[in-house]
Design a protein around this ligand. Structure first.
Ligand SMILES: [Zn+2]
Length: 147
């Protein structure tokens, strides 16, 4: 007698396919609505990419989340394709380089207090983009209404 398929525990190590071009370990099982591979471990739902990164590196540092820095492939669960970053940087990378007006305002307020490099790293943009905001070359409309 065999165990019914749906109650058999899933082996995450047998649940991805290697992409021959990118080297990505592409999750072949369930994905959530955002495209991240997931599986059930006991009663917990586990992200496949988190599982493999944690296996290789230990717990994800507090306040950080894993970014697919090399491949931007959310279904990829290869540990060395992942990097812990702050949530803000991850959001930025995920949707391109567009800032929200609120973020532009925050950046504007760092002028004279922090270096462009520091600010750029925090918001995931270039130092040049920070200077542009500081000097009103971009987001001048935000500067105009800034309190
Ligand atoms: Zn990958």
């Amino acid at each position: 007698m065999t165990t019914p398929k749906h109650t058999r525990p899933l082996d995450p190590h047998a649940s991805f396919a290697v992409d021959p071009v990118t080297g990505c370990h592409v999750w072949q099982r369930a994905r959530n609505k955002d495209g991240y591979g997931m599986f059930r471990q006991g009663k917990r739902l586990v992200y496949a990419h988190t599982y493999f990164w944690t296996l290789a590196n230990g717990p994800v540092p507090a306040g950080k989340q894993l970014d697919h820095k090399h491949c931007q492939n959310r279904a990829c669960c290869r540990a060395d394709h992942l990097e812990p970053v702050t949530q803000l940087v991850n959001l930025r990378r995920g949707r391109g380089t567009k800032l929200t007006p609120f973020e532009a305002l925050l950046i504007l307020r760092t002028k004279g207090h922090e270096t462009a490099r520091t600010v750029a790293a925090r918001f995931g943009i270039s130092s040049g983009a920070v200077y542009d905001i500081w000097h009103g070359r971009t987001w001048a409309d935000v500067a105009a209404v800034a309190p």
